[in-house]
Design a protein around this ligand. Structure first.
Ligand code: GLU
Length: 318
């Protein structure tokens, strides 16, 4: 059993040695300016290297899903000529794969069932596991009601190298010794699904918003457990209306108006330190994008975790 699973988990589907990037939105709302910035950044990073840019809809959390959001994200990307390579991958289609990977991690001794409350887990000290880990409860079923399946780090990462921010280190107390890979409500956890998919899709670089910097530590632990090399990581500054206040679906950021695709792109390029000439600004969306692919340069992007939304007259900061 272990051997069969291992060979499955070693299979990459798309990487042929070139750059493979991705955009992986959750359909918990429509695209807003912040998500467009992330989509555009990951697209330009891939296309400036003649790479592939894959699209994965991370729809494994039905309670947080907004009806119609997946479809509207696709239409928004198309309106901005951010065309993806290959078919869209939907995480909701991949439960069997995620269960196989949990099974694999369990066979390798990385998992345990846990019924602890969030408050208890937060109160634990660095490196301290919850009582359930010590009880070494056997996982008899992957669908055990009222308990989460947690991953226990054997080797806790405290930092990693980011292609924009350089070495990023986290204070010890910010790093829990365990994290959920399947939640108490039986839904797969983001950390598991994202790593399984990034491996399976042959992603060579994860380019995304800096709000996910901390998640990278958990994901690195999973790459190690799967015995797979991690991709490189590139975290763009997130768009904030004021320090610490990110534009997000939860904060009801205004939905992108696809009729303003050209203006949206120009604004988003401004975040990456790229400003098209006045003449180009009057050109087509495709011309602006083609030009931006040539102009793309990580050294022009502020090496920061957040940038204030400096669009003139935008409603998100009101
Ligand atoms: N689905 C996540 C989100 O929308 C992003 C995952 C990732 O890029 O790793 O925030």
């Amino acid at each position: 059993m272990a051997t069969a699973l291992k060979s499955l988990h070693l299979k990459n589907v798309t990487s042929n040695g070139g750059y493979v990037g991705r955009f992986a939105p959750s359909p918990s709302g429509q695209m807003h300016f912040g998500s467009l910035v992330t989509a555009l950044g990951s697209f330009l990073q891939a296309k400036s290297q003649n790479g592939q840019w894959l699209l994965r809809i991370e729809d494994i959390d039905p309670p947080r899903e907004v009806a119609g959001a997946s479809e509207s994200i696709l239409r928004c990307l198309e309106a901005h000529h951010l065309f993806w390579d290959h078919d869209v991958v939907y995480q909701s289609d991949r439960s069997d794969l995620y269960n196989e990977k949990i099974q694999y991690l369990t066979e390798q001794g990385f998992t345990y069932h846990c019924q602890c409350s969030r408050a208890h887990l937060v109160s634990l000290k660095f490196g301290q596991a919850c009582v359930c880990a010590d009880l070494k409860l056997n996982i008899k079923s992957l669908n055990n009601e009222n308990s989460a399946i947690r991953f226990r780090h054997h080797n806790i990462h405290q930092g990693f190298y980011d292609e924009l921010l350089g070495q990023v280190n986290f204070p010890k107390f910010d790093i829990p010794a365990q994290f959920a890979i399947k939640r108490k409500d039986n839904l797969f956890a983001y950390q598991l699904a994202v790593v399984v998919d990034d491996i399976q899709q042959g992603i060579t670089q994860v380019a995304r918003g800096a709000d996910l910097l901390g998640a990278t530590l958990f994901q690195l632990a999973l790459y190690q457990a799967f015995d797979r090399p991690a991709p490189t990581f590139l975290h763009f500054p997130v768009v904030v209306t004021e320090p610490g206040k990110k534009l997000s679906k939860q904060n009801h950021a205004r939905e992108i108006n696809t009729k303003d695709a050209r203006a949206n792109l120009i604004n988003a390029l401004g975040f990456f330190g790229i400003l098209p000439t006045k003449e180009l600004q009057r050109g087509s969306v495709q011309n602006i994008l083609n030009w931006a692919i040539c102009e793309w340069d990580l050294r022009k992007i502020p090496a920061k975790t957040e940038c204030i939304d400096n669009r003139i007259g935008h409603a998100d900061s009101i």
